[in-house]
Design a protein around this ligand. Structure first.
Ligand code: SAM
Length: 346
């Protein structure tokens, strides 16, 4: 069954929050989309933001006057109003229809709605709220099945007794943003090397946030969906922010180029003001795993030759120093890890 919620009477000055709640309730409780009479880009943006992060499909259209919408709608119209028939008496009948438009009001609705609706439905005969009416109606309509719906989002909440447990689907972000397969394959190789370096460092006594390393490594090049120039680090940071990813992941993306970019250098490269240096252990691990990975893994000497040619001696020296620093923390030359992975994964 296809269900669209029609929101009538949205007032820009006072209904933004509650109309957003109507839309989010429609989405969470199994409707396919929401149509709002008044044009409101703010509401559209916040609902689309939720769909981007938590999944869909769910559509939102605003600025569609009711006469226009219902002129072209040929399904069954359900109007939720406290003056209607008891929901319990009509819900079974309503379930038989294939396409529903469910109207909820903000202010007093035109009398014509009562005539136009195939069903005027009361969720209890007391006045309450459009959000409550919609939630209870959709619960009854789906016989409680709404909560089984899979959203396949980037962010999935893992039910937990205490605290917030969220699982992010990072590979899905890369494909959704339009990264090409070569970038995705490279990012997976960087992830494998970064995780191995992180494990060795951890085993040698320095704490490393493994989840952050994995996320940062997989997403370090997400900005390449927009540009392959140096600006990809800024674009990538912006994309991560847009998905609401933690700052520590945003910073890995921002600071992953070579062994970092100092402020003066950044200015010369035309980057927004600031420095782009890896500071945390997680940032250093991902930056260097990337240095040692192209379409295949390459040892330090080969990497340094590449840096000398493309970025100059100073940049190569910085990469060498980072390699040394991480090797000391890992208790093993990082080249040995590269060699092992070359053997198994090149
Ligand atoms: N004056 C409006 C009316 O005549 O329904 C009440 C406005 S009410 C705050 C906003 C919306 O909530 C209504 O348009 C209706 O869709 C919904 N609503 C409120 N109480 C309801 C109930 N008991 N049953 C069904 N819908 C209800």
């Amino acid at each position: 069954m296809a269900v669209t919620v029609y929101r009538y009477g949205h007032r820009l000055a006072r209904d933004k929050r509650i109309t957003t709640h109507v839309a989010l309730t429609a989405r969470a409780f199994g409707a396919d989309g929401v149509v709002i009479d008044t044009k409101d880009e703010t509401v559209e943006q916040s609902v689309r933001g939720v769909v981007t992060r938590f999944g869909g499909p769910f559509f939102i259209r605003t600025g569609i006057p009711w006469k226009e919408y219902f002129r072209d709608f040929h399904g069954t119209i359900v109007h939720l109003t406290m003056y209607g028939q008891r929901m319990e008496d009509v819900i079974e009948d309503i379930r038989k229809h294939d396409e529903l438009a469910v109207i909820v009001g903000a202010e007093k609705v035109p009398g014509a709605f009562y005539e136009m609706a195939h069903y005027n439905v009361a969720v209890g005969n007391q006045p309450h709220s459009e959000v409550a009416a919609l939630a209870v109606f959709l619960h009854m309509l789906t016989e409680g099945q709404w909560c089984e719906k899979e959203f396949d989002g980037i962010m999935n909440i893992i039910p937990s007794k205490r605290g917030k447990v969220v699982h992010y689907n990072y590979p899905a972000i890369l494909s959704r943003e339009g990264c090409d397969p070569a970038v995705i394959a490279h990012s997976e190789k960087v992830r494998d090397l970064a995780m191995e370096i992180a494990r060795r460092i951890q085993r040698n006594g320095t704490a490393v946030d493994m989840e952050t390393v994995e996320a940062g490594a997989l997403l370090h090049d997400v900005g390449r969906a927009k540009t392959h120039g140096i600006m990809h680090i800024v674009e990538g940071e912006r994309i991560a922010k847009q998905y609401g990813l933690p700052e520590k992941i945003q910073h890995i993306i921002r600071n992953h180029a070579g062994a970092g970019i100092e402020r003066e250098e950044a200015e010369k490269l035309g980057l927004p003001d600031g420095e782009y240096m890896p500071h945390t252990i997680e940032e250093m691990i991902v930056a260097h795993a990337d240095n040692l990975t192209g379409i295949r893994y390459r040892p330090l000497e080969e990497t340094l030759a590449l840096f000398r040619e493309k970025a100059g001696e100073k940049a190569a020296e910085k990469v060498k120093a980072l390699h040394k620093h991480l090797s000391i923390l890992a208790g093993v030359d990082i080249d040995e890890i590269v060699e092992e992975l070359q053997h198994f994964k090149n």
